[in-house]
Design a protein around this ligand. Sequence first.
Ligand code: GLA
Length: 617
Amino acid sequence: MDRLAENGAYAVLATPSGARPAWLSAKYPEVLRVQPNRQRILHGRRHNHCYTSPVYREKTQLINRKLAERYKDHPALILWHVSNEYRGECHCDLCQEAFRNWLKAKYDNDLDKLNHAWWTGFWSHTFTDWSQIESPAPHGELYIHGLNLDWKRFVTYQTVDFIKNEIAPLRELTPDIKVTTNLMGTYPGLDYWKLAEVLDVVSWDNYPCWHGEVPDWDLAASVSFVHDINRSFKGGMPFMMMESTPSMTNWQPVAKLKRPGMHFLSSMQAVAHGSDTVQYFQWRKSRGCSEKFHGAVVDHCGHEHTRVMRDVAEVGKALEKLDKVIGTTVRPEVALIYDWENRWAIEDAQGPRKEKNYQGTCELHYKAFWQQGIPVDVINMDCDFSGYKLLIAPMLYMVRPGVAERMEAFVASGGTLVTTYWSGIVDENDLCFLGGFPGPLRKVTGIWSEEIDALYDSDVNYAVPRIGNRLGLTKEYKAVELADLIHVETAEVLAEYKQDFYKGRPALTVNRFGKGQAYYIAFRSGFDFLADFYSRLAEELGISRVIDCDLPEGVTAQMRSDGKTDYIFVMNFSNEEKQVNLPDGEYTDMLEGGSVKGVLDLPGYGVRILERPKTIY
Ligand code: GLA
């Protein structure tokens, strides 16, 4: 750290709780995690400690305190990075007890309340004493969905509690140094919205499988989706890309090298979506053990004359030219709800299909905007909707209390809501809404969903737009996997099913509600429908594109702004040369210098970063 400071560099200093020494496990076996099958693990690997263990909490605080005492005045210390990639759960007796206490607090010490919320009368599973409650286990209870949900909520709660315990001595000794931890994309085990609350800065680790089975173009949209979640966690505050690989990622099934251009492009992609840093795992390859073949800035050869080092240096040089971008953000007009609890509930439900693909569906809706260069916030259902023009809630199966009312208020005051099949089915405990689906969304959508049909992979139906529909849709679209059989109540039908016993029934509707409107997409479509639907809708609502022109396939444009100047990132995720027709205006090339006009050339995997006086957002 002294050498870093001497060279004008900073250190994000991590606390060591993610990996512990063998003596600690041997001396205090309670720090070792117990698996769902109730077997305690042996010492080994990492990220596998009990979050409840008082001993581990004490030891963690102690070493964090010592670190803070030692480095608190060090000029290189810029940020604390607590632990590493928090994950997993522990089922030991201490955790069971903590879970029961958490439940008692949640259900006001009232077992009847819990039994009702979990619907335990089903299969005669009513609990008559708190001690009978256990965390889900492969050889025990697995099918009380309310229990499963509460367990996951508890795991998040307990992890956050552990994090707070880690942070306490750091806050005490270094009140001016901010704290982060590195998240893992859409890791399902923890509700990251709750983790983000206790962090000063959000950061995440980004390891896409470039050049693999998913085309780079599609994968890039999924990566951008995650970047946008990280920017949305704190209402648009820039985040950090804490880790990315300079070359290969050894734990991937195929550790393919990034093709020339991709390292630069994917680094700038993070910045484009709100990251203020591009960081690497790892600086130097270790000589032994499991990450010796993971990409590093310095390879085993030990010198800097490598392709990877040149790639890294190129990114560094570009970042020096982007100082003005630091701290800027984007204020999208579109928000998409991707909600962890909703995901847990959807994935846990038996039916209507085994694979329900919530995440893939959200990503596909997102991609329809990404490919047009329209910025999107990716939020959860508790966020404020009021600043957006368009709110998209794909598969909003769970509707927590108050959410439908906030959606109604959003639409009534002029907002546009889009929701889909498999929405408004259960409350926060996974209990079905009675009286007709989509439950509390029925009024705003103006439809009643009577049944949902699950299709085999080989089945297909079609949605046929009605002639003269207000969005001007004319093509026939495939309906696959899930087809909601709805009735309109106050809504207008825009498209209907083509065949099967529900031929002629509504497949797409819109409901005017107050000053706004709510669309209901009853069928699962391919990307073709979403691309057409959302481009018409964006046009109708006057939603701005970052660059007001059609982008060629493979290219996206994203932006950040400081309120006076817009910083525009035009990125080509195909390996072919592309051209973008810039509308009139003054653009400066931030990397190459000079002004740009007319046609913007992008080589394969090329990126251009332009500056222009603020026009939108
Ligand atoms: C994670 C970890 C790092 C390292 C990398 C390898 O992100 O945080 O310690 O193991 O994976 O890709």
